[in-house]
Design a protein around this ligand. Structure first.
Ligand code: AGP
Length: 606
């Protein structure tokens, strides 16, 4: 996945500095090469391999003439990072430039045919077929818009595309299929972008084109035509994100800022109570819930299973989105499928939603307003975590969890109206504790010095285990994921009870084991697992209540959490020190926690 932007400004304004600023805000989507194209009398292109800062230092990307243009930041899929493979990609005549986010699956066939027709290719990218196809259709007499329409009829794959041509000055055209694209409507300035943070400094009025819509940006305004070539009106959204939300705000990295914002943003998610009550009101008759998600959102879903089964008694399955199609036959109109995704654009999750929609009820728990999953699902709960720029999910995870807690609690209250078997003691207790979560998180954030020291101590280890039972199990999984994605250290999350079924064989002198053990019914049982690993000379980091009676012979390090955080609420608090631990290890190892290698913020390919 990559980031694309385009802008058309007033006649006397220069687009390149604006494009550079906008594309820099999308660097979290890809950071191996960057490029900008503008049109003055001719097509101007500057592009190169490397992070935006490096390429800009070398090429001065903002120094290009023209009041409109397109830009791209790349996360390589086809063709290694290089100047030739950087976008914009151009046609043979050098008049047409294209930026693209997505994957063209049938590009080899198209390329072979175009080469037979005499087109000359200069890159290894799948994207390059697009400017050549547009060229081919324009050579046949079609205008840019029609040529793009003919082009997308041939493409098989996913795409958000923006194109410009010297032969049709003052025009940017764009379209999308299964890749995100927004259109920003400013004051005599118009934008397209993969994501809202790119354009927040210029406008917060946006709309999202549907699949196959063709968007035309001109100095006079924006026109959208649907698949049938009819001009259509789009629903306009105002984004409630402010530009400073997408800035580092004095922190060295976005990830640290986002970890520190968690207490505040959870309160935003809590404002969703009325919306969730309304959704629950309409969900008659469900007898099964399926959570569908990937990565961190999958871990949030696992917590949802423990919660809903315990508070409500409805059976819950948690399915990885990429494995979901094998479960389709088991869905029916009494199944509620809940799709969790911070980006709202994850291809695997979106595909799963589309497959399930005809058979079941669908609910999205999503951070990005108007994103594909939010639009496609029957119901949506927005997490309101603000923009998350760090590739590793932190605040969006806690806000997803908060939405799930609210949903589970409110569902149990509703169902208890007609079901005496539902015991509301846990729900009441949970709702009471939810209000104190921001306070508990602030206490953990105050322990940064000791967590930093611990990170320094363990940074050279090559393998970590994270173990927990019940509510602590998804915490262990998420702690391990955070560590591996930003520090490149192998981390494995395990249900503590599973140790004896295999991984105990790996416990040895000095192997670090993070034992997540909040107070509650699993505490003693987890303590016995702690003893088992300690007996094999593992190095134990216990994350537990700060009044726990764990002596130094049992744990090498202890991260103490307020004893009022019970196991049911633990996922919202106990993960925070593990996020901080991963962050400080990454810093100690010289890794950029915001931009882990090979990963990108929203995974719009499958
Ligand atoms: C989280 O730290 C990861 N970068 C990744 O696992 C992520 O959670 C996953 O790709 C799902 O993304 P989504 O929430 O946007 O759907």
């Amino acid at each position: 996945m990559c980031g694309i932007v385009g802008c058309i400004l007033k006649d006397n304004e220069k687009a390149a500095p604006v494009l550079l600023e906008c594309i820099s805000k999308l660097e979290y989507r890809g950071y191996d090469s960057v490029g900008i194209a503008t049109i003055s009398d001719e097509l101007n292109i500057k592009k190169g391999k490397g992070a935006i800062k490096e390429v800009n230092n070398e090429l001065d990307l903002s120094d290009m003439p023209g009041n409109y243009g397109i830009a791209h930041t790349r996360w390589a899929t086809h063709g290694k990072p290089s100047k030739e493979n950087a976008h914009p990609q151009i046609d043979c005549s050098g008049k047409i430039a294209v930026v693209h986010n997505g994957i063209i699956r049938n590009y080899v066939t198209i390329r072979n045919e175009l080469e037979k027709e005499g087109h000359v290719f200069k890159s290894q990218t799948d994207t390059e077929v697009i400017p050549h196809l547009i060229e081919k259709f324009m050579d046949k007499g079609l205008d840019l818009e029609k040529a793009l329409r003919e082009t997308i009829a041939i493409l098989d794959g996913t795409y958000a595309i923006a194109a410009i041509s010297v032969d049709e000055p003052n025009k940017i055209i764009a379209t999308r299929k299964d890749s995100p694209l927004i259109v920003g409507v400013g004051d005599e300035q118009y934008f397209i972008a993969s994501d809202a943070p790119a354009i927040l400094d210029y406008t917060r009025t946006i709309f999202r084109p549907d699949e196959g819509d063709i968007v035309v940006l001109e100095p006079s305004g924006v026109t959208v035509k649907n698949k049938d070539d009819e001009i259509i009106e789009k629903e306009i959204f105002t984004i409630d994100w402010t530009p400073d939300m997408a800035e580092k705000g004095g922190y060295e990295y976005f990830m640290l800022k986002e970890i520190n914002e968690q207490a505040e943003y959870i309160q935003n998610t809590l404002t969703q109570k009325e919306n969730i009550e309304k959704i629950i009101e309409e969900l008659e008759d469900i007898n099964r819930i399926c959570f569908v998600a990937c990565g961190t959102s999958y871990h949030a879903s696992l917590t949802g299973k423990y919660l809903i089964e315990s508070l409500v008694g409805i059976p819950v399955d948690v399915i990885l989105a990429s494995e979901f199609k094998y479960s389709l036959n088991a869905l029916n109109d009494k199944t509620l499928c809940i799709y969790i995704s911070q980006s709202g654009e994850t291809a695997d999750t979106l595909d799963a939603l589309k497959m399930a929609k005809p058979k079941s009820k669908t609910l999205g728990i999503v951070n990005v307003v108007g994103s594909a999953i939010a639009t496609e699902a029957d119901y949506v709960i927005y997490t309101h975590a603000g923009p998350e720029i760090g590739v590793a999910a932190t605040k969006t995870y806690l806000c997803q969890l908060t939405a799930i807690y609210l949903f589970a609690a409110l569902l149990s209250l509703k169902l208890a109206e007609n079901n005496d078997d539902i015991d509301l003691t846990k729900t009441t207790d949970l709702l009471r504790q939810l209000d104190r979560v921001p306070e508990f998180i602030e206490e953990v954030l105050g322990q940064s010095d000791s967590i930093m020291k611990m990170a320094e101590k363990y940074k050279d280890k090559s393998d970590f285990f994270f173990i927990g039972r019940g509510y602590a199990y998804p915490i262990a999984l998420e702690g391990a994921l955070k560590l591996k994605e930003i520090t490149y250290i192998h981390g494995e999350g395990y249900a503590a009870g599973e140790l004896k079924h295999g991984p105990l064989a790996l416990m040895d002198e000095g192997v670090p084991v993070v034992v997540v053990m909040p107070p509650g019914e699993d505490y003693d049982h987890t303590m016995s697992n702690l003893e088992e690993v300690k007996a094999r000379n593992a190095e134990v980091i216990a994350v537990t209540t700060d009044d726990a009676e764990i002596k130094e012979d049992k744990a090498d390090d202890i991260i103490g959490i307020n004893p009022d955080v019970s196991e049911i609420i633990a996922p919202l608090v106990y993960i925070v020190p593990l996020q901080m631990f991963a962050y400080y290890v990454a810093i100690d190892k010289g890794c950029d926690p915001d931009k882990p290698r090979n990963l990108a913020k929203s995974v719009t390919v499958n």
